[in-house]
Design a binder for this molecule. Structure first.
Ligand SMILES: *[C@@H]1O[C@H](CO)[C@@H](O)[C@H](O)[C@H]1NC(C)=O
Ligand SMILES: *[C@@H]1O[C@H](CO)[C@@H](O)[C@H](O)[C@H]1NC(C)=O
Ligand SMILES: *[C@@H]1O[C@H](CO)[C@@H](O)[C@H](O)[C@H]1NC(C)=O
Ligand SMILES: *[C@@H]1O[C@H](CO)[C@@H](O)[C@H](O)[C@H]1NC(C)=O
Length: 408
């Protein structure tokens, strides 16, 4: 897919429902409910560039648009900026179970004109309509596309304990023509990237800081277990065991770029690029929308070789469903060494729960894959069981090992 670079990031694939549960000094936390995707959608052989259909599962976040508020369940995605939902009138939408958002029923809804700053951000991929309305097109690497009009309305984060927080004038996309690998529970995407129009950039100034932290439950977690994502003041990742790395600023403001010096499999250190003495700053970005961690071909091969050497099982070969990925036939998770991600500024240790996933019964596969590009993506399997803080004010990403299944 050759989209504008800014848009070439995939939505994610594990279902979490988020609802606000508490407020701390203007910041607030949201519950994450993990839903297991269907086993048949768990295969990793596609690279993001070729990804077409349901991949793994999504993390759903609950919020409401409009007055009176209408609940929206959107895929939480740190790899993109635009928050959008399917809207009436639908020109060409995918099937969704809940009713579409109807702008005419919201007293606080307004269109964004082509002269608005918010619109100028999008006009490179959209057009100004004859009604002076900001039409947008937003495409993802998964080949999903949403087209519609840029609008603004009040966004409400709903609290099970009855404490709603409402923020007026949040820009979002009213999607009228949406296609792609969405299931019927997904009403759009919540853009949590670092660009000016992302949800966190828009709400940050009202909630004590442009920062948030997420805790993703590991892939195999029972669906009844919840975890949290917190926004604004109080969401800082602090205390024992925290390591922080610098967010590397690039022209593309959306992805959270960080610098990975190398990986270790047990004690065996693998530099990010063994043919060079220096490491390119910002060679990886964190994406809650990408399940596997994606590495440049050479590093990926070195990683796979090391893992093979240290696992006393025979890799599965010739299973077309599994493709090239490294998989083992075993009823319990693979007994593999810890894989350490050596970020600039600190090490993040990953155990089997974060490095192996089971795409089908009795099979465990390494949750990493390869790309021909020079940089990689730190995916959501590897992000699980870490409280990860994204502080856009301080330009840091912080990691704290936490049992995300036990956050209540
Ligand atoms: C938004 O623009 C559409 C036309 O593009 C128009 O039909 C609708 O009435 C406008 N809504 C508001 C609230 O101005
Ligand atoms: C703008 O978007 C609206 C709604 O999606 C559509 O009806 C209209 O044709 C679009 N206008 C242009 C010029 O693309
Ligand atoms: C909907 O979007 C697709 C591309 O995603 C485009 O080919 C098609 O023409 C659009 N349909 C309408 C009615 O605008
Ligand atoms: C990934 O590695 C395999 C060999 O292991 C290779 O055939 C494939 O082309 C690589 N994919 C990309 C996107 O480079």
């Amino acid at each position: 897919m050759m989209f504008h670079l800014r848009f070439v990031f995939i939505p994610l694939f594990i279902i979490l429902q988020l609802s606000v549960i508490e407020f701390v000094n203007g910041g607030f936390s949201v519950n994450l409910i993990h839903k297991k995707p269907s086993a048949s959608s768990l295969l990793l052989q596609n690279t993001p560039q070729s990804k077409t259909n349901a991949y793994l599962g999504h993390y759903l976040m609950e919020l409401s648009f409009g007055t009176p508020p209408v609940k929206i369940y959107g895929i939480a995605d740190t790899g993109s900026d635009l928050t959008w939902t399917q809207c009436v009138p639908c020109i060409d939408c995918y099937k969704q179970l809940n009713p579409l958002f109807d702008p005419t029923k919201s007293s606080t809804y307004s269109n964004i004109s082509c002269q608005s700053d918010k619109c100028s951000h999008w006009l490179d991929t959209g057009v100004c309509s004859s009604q002076n309305q900001c039409n947008y097109t937003y495409a993802y690497a998964s080949a999903s596309v949403t087209r519609g009009v840029l609008a603004q309305d009040t966004v409400t984060f709903t609290s099970p304990s009855g404490n709603p927080i409402s923020l007026p004038g949040i820009a979002f996309g009213c999607g009228h023509n949406d296609t792609g690998s969405f299931n019927d529970h997904e009403m759009g995407i919540i853009g949590l990237g670092g660009g000016p129009i992302s949800l966190i950039s828009q709400i940050g100034p009202s909630i004590g800081g442009t920062k948030f932290s997420q805790c993703l439950v590991p892939f195999h977690t029972d669906v009844s277990i919840t975890s949290k994502i917190s926004f604004g003041d109080g969401s800082e990742v602090i205390g024992d065991g925290v390591v922080s790395t610098t967010m590397v600023s690039k022209e593309d403001k959306t992805p959270y770029f960080v610098t990975l010096n190398g990986l270790s499999v047990g004690d065996k250190y693998l530099p990010f690029d063994s043919s060079s003495n220096t490491v390119a700053k910002g060679n990886m970005f964190l994406d809650s929308g990408t399940p596997p961690t994606i590495l440049p071909n050479k590093l990926y091969e070195e990683l796979v070789d090391e893992v093979k050497k240290s696992v006393a099982l025979t890799p599965i070969v010739n299973d077309p469903e599994l493709g090239n990925q490294l998989c083992y036939r075993t009823s319990t998770n693979v007994n593999a060494p810890i894989i350490t991600a050596h970020f600039e500024g600190g090490d993040v240790k990953l155990n089997n729960v974060q490095t192996f996933i089971t795409p089908k019964d009795g099979v465990f596969c390494l949750g990493f894959t390869n790309t021909s590009s020079d940089g990689g993506i730190y995916g959501n399997f590897a992000q699980s069981n870490y409280l990860i803080g994204f502080d856009l004010d301080k330009h840091t990403v912080s990691f704290k090992p936490v049992d995300c299944t036990n956050q209540q």
